[in-house]
Design a protein around this ligand. Sequence first.
Ligand code: NDP
Length: 256
Amino acid sequence: MTSNRFDLRGKVAIVTGGNGGIGLGLAHGLADAGASIAVVGRNEAKSAAAVADLKERGVKAIAVSTDVTDKAAVAAMIDGVVREFGRIDILINNAGMSIRKPPHELELDEWNKVIDTNLTSAFVCSKLAYPALKASGNGKVINIGSMMSIFGASFATAYAASKGGIVQYTRACANAWAPDNIQVNAILPGWIDTDLTRGARQQVAGLHERVLARTPAGRWGEIDDFAGIAVFLASPASNFVTGTAIPVDGGFSVMA
Ligand code: NDP
Protein backbone atom coordinates (compact mmCIF):
# COMPACT_ATOMS: atom_id res chain seq x y z
CA MET A 1 0.00 0.00 0.00
CA THR A 2 1.45 3.37 -1.03
CA SER A 3 1.70 5.82 1.87
CA ASN A 4 -0.14 9.13 1.34
CA ARG A 5 3.12 10.96 0.78
CA PHE A 6 3.71 9.04 -2.46
CA ASP A 7 0.07 8.84 -3.52
CA LEU A 8 -0.63 10.27 -6.99
CA ARG A 9 -4.32 9.38 -7.20
CA GLY A 10 -6.27 12.37 -8.57
CA LYS A 11 -3.11 13.84 -10.19
CA VAL A 12 -2.68 14.32 -13.92
CA ALA A 13 0.69 13.91 -15.62
CA ILE A 14 2.01 14.73 -19.09
CA VAL A 15 5.01 12.64 -20.16
CA THR A 16 6.64 13.76 -23.42
CA GLY A 17 8.23 10.80 -25.14
CA GLY A 18 6.17 8.66 -22.78
CA ASN A 19 5.46 6.06 -25.44
CA GLY A 20 8.71 4.13 -25.00
CA GLY A 21 12.11 3.98 -23.36
CA ILE A 22 12.80 6.01 -20.23
CA GLY A 23 9.55 7.98 -20.66
CA LEU A 24 7.53 4.79 -20.43
CA GLY A 25 9.53 3.69 -17.37
CA LEU A 26 8.73 7.04 -15.72
CA ALA A 27 5.07 6.66 -16.71
CA HIS A 28 4.99 3.15 -15.18
CA GLY A 29 5.93 4.64 -11.81
CA LEU A 30 3.33 7.41 -12.04
CA ALA A 31 0.62 4.94 -13.09
CA ASP A 32 1.45 2.52 -10.29
CA ALA A 33 1.02 5.44 -7.84
CA GLY A 34 -2.41 6.24 -9.36
CA ALA A 35 -1.84 9.22 -11.69
CA SER A 36 -3.78 9.74 -14.92
CA ILE A 37 -1.31 10.08 -17.78
CA ALA A 38 -1.15 11.81 -21.16
CA VAL A 39 1.48 10.16 -23.33
CA VAL A 40 2.96 12.61 -25.84
CA GLY A 41 4.88 11.41 -28.91
CA ARG A 42 4.77 11.28 -32.71
CA ASN A 43 4.61 7.54 -33.35
CA GLU A 44 0.93 6.70 -32.93
CA ALA A 45 1.38 2.93 -32.86
CA LYS A 46 3.95 3.19 -30.06
CA SER A 47 1.70 5.62 -28.17
CA ALA A 48 -1.33 3.32 -28.49
CA ALA A 49 0.70 0.41 -27.09
CA ALA A 50 1.94 2.56 -24.18
CA VAL A 51 -1.59 3.71 -23.37
CA ALA A 52 -2.82 0.10 -23.33
CA ASP A 53 0.09 -0.85 -21.03
CA LEU A 54 -0.70 2.05 -18.63
CA LYS A 55 -4.45 1.33 -18.60
CA GLU A 56 -3.69 -2.25 -17.58
CA ARG A 57 -2.23 -0.73 -14.42
CA GLY A 58 -5.71 0.58 -13.57
CA VAL A 59 -5.32 4.27 -14.43
CA LYS A 60 -6.68 6.59 -17.10
CA ALA A 61 -4.28 7.19 -19.98
CA ILE A 62 -4.53 8.98 -23.31
CA ALA A 63 -2.18 9.48 -26.24
CA VAL A 64 -1.75 12.97 -27.67
CA SER A 65 0.08 12.89 -30.98
CA THR A 66 2.40 15.90 -30.86
CA ASP A 67 5.74 17.02 -32.22
CA VAL A 68 7.23 18.84 -29.22
CA THR A 69 9.26 21.10 -31.52
CA ASP A 70 6.02 22.59 -32.89
CA LYS A 71 4.81 25.33 -30.53
CA ALA A 72 1.26 25.39 -31.90
CA ALA A 73 1.00 21.62 -31.55
CA VAL A 74 2.26 21.81 -27.94
CA ALA A 75 -0.32 24.50 -27.14
CA ALA A 76 -3.09 22.30 -28.59
CA MET A 77 -1.76 19.33 -26.60
CA ILE A 78 -1.80 21.25 -23.29
CA ASP A 79 -5.34 22.52 -23.99
CA GLY A 80 -6.44 19.01 -24.90
CA VAL A 81 -5.09 17.50 -21.67
CA VAL A 82 -6.81 20.17 -19.57
CA ARG A 83 -10.06 19.57 -21.49
CA GLU A 84 -9.79 15.81 -21.00
CA PHE A 85 -8.66 15.66 -17.35
CA GLY A 86 -9.48 19.15 -15.99
CA ARG A 87 -5.99 19.81 -14.62
CA ILE A 88 -2.23 19.27 -14.98
CA ASP A 89 -0.15 18.49 -11.88
CA ILE A 90 2.97 16.88 -13.32
CA LEU A 91 4.96 17.64 -16.48
CA ILE A 92 7.83 15.39 -17.50
CA ASN A 93 9.97 16.84 -20.29
CA ASN A 94 11.56 13.63 -21.53
CA ALA A 95 11.35 13.68 -25.35
CA GLY A 96 14.84 13.64 -26.77
CA MET A 97 17.15 12.57 -29.57
CA SER A 98 20.76 12.77 -30.65
CA ILE A 99 22.78 13.29 -33.82
CA ARG A 100 26.19 11.80 -33.17
CA LYS A 101 28.93 13.83 -34.87
CA PRO A 102 32.02 15.73 -33.69
CA PRO A 103 31.75 19.56 -33.54
CA HIS A 104 33.55 20.13 -36.86
CA GLU A 105 31.18 17.83 -38.76
CA LEU A 106 27.82 18.78 -37.24
CA GLU A 107 25.70 21.01 -39.51
CA LEU A 108 23.72 23.98 -38.18
CA ASP A 109 20.35 22.39 -39.02
CA GLU A 110 21.43 19.26 -37.11
CA TRP A 111 22.49 21.36 -34.12
CA ASN A 112 19.13 23.18 -34.21
CA LYS A 113 17.18 19.92 -34.40
CA VAL A 114 18.83 18.49 -31.29
CA ILE A 115 18.54 21.74 -29.30
CA ASP A 116 14.90 22.21 -30.38
CA THR A 117 13.95 18.66 -29.41
CA ASN A 118 15.88 18.32 -26.15
CA LEU A 119 15.95 21.85 -24.72
CA THR A 120 13.62 24.32 -26.42
CA SER A 121 10.72 21.85 -26.21
CA ALA A 122 11.10 21.76 -22.41
CA PHE A 123 10.91 25.56 -22.33
CA VAL A 124 7.81 25.62 -24.55
CA CYS A 125 5.99 22.79 -22.75
CA SER A 126 6.78 24.22 -19.30
CA LYS A 127 5.80 27.77 -20.21
CA LEU A 128 2.50 26.66 -21.70
CA ALA A 129 1.74 24.24 -18.83
CA TYR A 130 2.67 26.79 -16.15
CA PRO A 131 -0.84 28.26 -15.63
CA ALA A 132 -2.27 24.77 -15.04
CA LEU A 133 0.70 23.72 -12.87
CA LYS A 134 0.21 26.85 -10.77
CA ALA A 135 -3.51 26.19 -10.48
CA SER A 136 -2.72 22.65 -9.28
CA GLY A 137 -1.33 24.13 -6.05
CA ASN A 138 1.53 21.61 -5.94
CA GLY A 139 2.86 21.38 -9.50
CA LYS A 140 5.87 19.28 -10.42
CA VAL A 141 8.17 19.59 -13.44
CA ILE A 142 10.73 16.87 -14.13
CA ASN A 143 13.30 17.48 -16.86
CA ILE A 144 15.45 14.71 -18.28
CA GLY A 145 19.15 15.47 -18.50
CA SER A 146 21.93 12.95 -19.07
CA MET A 147 25.46 12.03 -18.08
CA MET A 148 26.16 14.56 -20.84
CA SER A 149 24.81 17.21 -18.44
CA ILE A 150 28.05 16.54 -16.51
CA PHE A 151 30.56 15.04 -18.94
CA GLY A 152 31.37 15.60 -22.61
CA ALA A 153 31.87 13.17 -25.47
CA SER A 154 33.29 13.83 -28.92
CA PHE A 155 30.10 12.60 -30.61
CA ALA A 156 27.71 14.51 -28.29
CA THR A 157 28.20 18.06 -29.63
CA ALA A 158 24.64 19.44 -29.59
CA TYR A 159 23.38 16.70 -27.27
CA ALA A 160 25.77 17.66 -24.44
CA ALA A 161 24.94 21.35 -24.98
CA SER A 162 21.21 20.59 -24.73
CA LYS A 163 21.62 18.41 -21.64
CA GLY A 164 23.87 20.90 -19.87
CA GLY A 165 21.37 23.60 -20.73
CA ILE A 166 18.43 21.70 -19.33
CA VAL A 167 20.04 21.54 -15.89
CA GLN A 168 20.52 25.30 -15.81
CA TYR A 169 16.98 25.81 -17.16
CA THR A 170 15.74 23.55 -14.32
CA ARG A 171 17.49 25.76 -11.77
CA ALA A 172 15.99 28.94 -13.23
CA CYS A 173 12.46 27.52 -13.18
CA ALA A 174 12.91 26.16 -9.64
CA ASN A 175 13.69 29.69 -8.46
CA ALA A 176 10.94 31.35 -10.49
CA TRP A 177 8.16 28.98 -9.53
CA ALA A 178 8.96 28.18 -5.88
CA PRO A 179 6.46 30.87 -4.74
CA ASP A 180 3.78 28.92 -6.67
CA ASN A 181 4.72 25.71 -4.81
CA ILE A 182 5.91 24.19 -8.10
CA GLN A 183 9.03 22.04 -7.71
CA VAL A 184 11.29 21.69 -10.75
CA ASN A 185 13.97 19.00 -10.81
CA ALA A 186 16.08 17.11 -13.32
CA ILE A 187 16.94 13.43 -13.59
CA LEU A 188 20.28 12.52 -15.13
CA PRO A 189 20.06 8.97 -16.52
CA GLY A 190 23.19 6.90 -16.92
CA TRP A 191 23.40 4.45 -19.80
CA ILE A 192 19.97 2.89 -20.24
CA ASP A 193 18.93 0.17 -22.68
CA THR A 194 16.49 1.95 -25.07
CA ASP A 195 16.05 2.57 -28.81
CA LEU A 196 18.27 5.65 -28.43
CA THR A 197 21.25 3.76 -27.03
CA ARG A 198 20.68 0.76 -29.30
CA GLY A 199 21.41 3.25 -32.11
CA ALA A 200 24.47 4.56 -30.26
CA ARG A 201 25.80 1.03 -29.73
CA GLN A 202 25.57 0.42 -33.47
CA GLN A 203 27.39 3.67 -34.29
CA VAL A 204 30.03 3.83 -31.57
CA ALA A 205 32.43 0.87 -31.57
CA GLY A 206 33.10 -0.65 -28.15
CA LEU A 207 30.44 1.46 -26.40
CA HIS A 208 28.57 -1.48 -24.91
CA GLU A 209 31.68 -2.90 -23.21
CA ARG A 210 32.92 0.54 -22.08
CA VAL A 211 29.60 1.28 -20.38
CA LEU A 212 29.65 -2.06 -18.57
CA ALA A 213 33.24 -1.52 -17.41
CA ARG A 214 32.56 2.11 -16.35
CA THR A 215 29.28 1.53 -14.45
CA PRO A 216 29.82 0.44 -10.83
CA ALA A 217 26.48 -1.41 -10.85
CA GLY A 218 27.92 -3.56 -13.66
CA ARG A 219 24.90 -3.35 -15.92
CA TRP A 220 23.00 -1.10 -18.30
CA GLY A 221 19.95 0.58 -16.76
CA GLU A 222 16.44 -0.64 -17.53
CA ILE A 223 13.45 1.63 -18.14
CA ASP A 224 11.76 0.62 -14.89
CA ASP A 225 14.81 1.88 -12.96
CA PHE A 226 13.03 5.27 -13.45
CA ALA A 227 9.70 4.37 -11.87
CA GLY A 228 10.73 5.15 -8.28
CA ILE A 229 12.40 8.51 -8.93
CA ALA A 230 9.36 9.56 -10.99
CA VAL A 231 7.03 8.91 -8.07
CA PHE A 232 9.33 10.68 -5.61
CA LEU A 233 9.76 13.81 -7.75
CA ALA A 234 6.08 13.91 -8.76
CA SER A 235 4.64 13.45 -5.27
CA PRO A 236 4.40 15.53 -2.08
CA ALA A 237 7.34 13.43 -0.77
CA SER A 238 9.64 15.84 -2.64
CA ASN A 239 7.95 19.12 -1.73
CA PHE A 240 11.19 20.62 -0.28
CA VAL A 241 13.34 19.31 -3.14
CA THR A 242 13.74 21.74 -6.02
CA GLY A 243 16.37 22.74 -8.57
CA THR A 244 18.29 19.48 -8.20
CA ALA A 245 19.75 17.19 -10.87
CA ILE A 246 19.65 13.62 -9.60
CA PRO A 247 21.74 10.95 -11.34
CA VAL A 248 20.03 7.59 -11.86
CA ASP A 249 23.09 5.90 -13.25
CA GLY A 250 24.23 2.85 -11.28
CA GLY A 251 27.11 5.00 -9.97
CA PHE A 252 28.47 6.03 -13.41
CA SER A 253 28.93 9.67 -12.34
CA VAL A 254 30.85 8.83 -9.14
CA MET A 255 33.27 6.32 -10.65
CA ALA A 256 36.80 7.77 -10.44
P1 NDP B 1 13.90 6.72 -26.97
O1 NDP B 1 14.45 6.98 -28.33
O2 NDP B 1 13.49 5.36 -26.60
O3 NDP B 1 12.72 7.70 -26.65
C1 NDP B 1 12.68 9.03 -27.10
C2 NDP B 1 11.26 9.50 -26.98
O4 NDP B 1 11.18 10.86 -27.34
C3 NDP B 1 10.33 8.72 -27.86
O5 NDP B 1 9.22 8.37 -27.09
C4 NDP B 1 9.96 9.70 -28.96
O6 NDP B 1 8.61 9.50 -29.35
C5 NDP B 1 10.10 11.02 -28.24
N1 NDP B 1 10.42 12.11 -29.14
C6 NDP B 1 11.57 12.37 -29.79
N2 NDP B 1 11.45 13.46 -30.55
C7 NDP B 1 10.20 13.92 -30.38
C8 NDP B 1 9.47 15.02 -30.89
N3 NDP B 1 10.02 15.89 -31.74
N4 NDP B 1 8.18 15.19 -30.50
C9 NDP B 1 7.60 14.31 -29.64
N5 NDP B 1 8.25 13.26 -29.10
C10 NDP B 1 9.53 13.06 -29.48
O7 NDP B 1 15.06 7.25 -26.02
P2 NDP B 1 15.27 7.22 -24.44
O8 NDP B 1 14.12 6.64 -23.74
O9 NDP B 1 16.60 6.65 -24.25
O10 NDP B 1 15.37 8.77 -24.15
C11 NDP B 1 14.44 9.49 -23.36
C12 NDP B 1 15.15 10.69 -22.76
O11 NDP B 1 16.20 10.24 -21.91
C13 NDP B 1 15.81 11.60 -23.80
O12 NDP B 1 15.69 12.95 -23.39
C14 NDP B 1 17.26 11.18 -23.74
O13 NDP B 1 18.13 12.19 -24.15
C15 NDP B 1 17.41 10.87 -22.26
N6 NDP B 1 18.54 10.02 -21.92
C16 NDP B 1 18.62 8.72 -22.35
C17 NDP B 1 19.70 7.95 -21.96
C18 NDP B 1 19.83 6.52 -22.32
O14 NDP B 1 20.87 5.91 -21.98
N7 NDP B 1 18.88 5.89 -22.97
C19 NDP B 1 20.77 8.49 -21.13
C20 NDP B 1 20.57 9.85 -20.74
C21 NDP B 1 19.49 10.58 -21.12
P3 NDP B 1 8.21 9.30 -30.93
O15 NDP B 1 9.13 8.27 -31.46
O16 NDP B 1 6.78 8.89 -30.88
O17 NDP B 1 8.40 10.65 -31.52
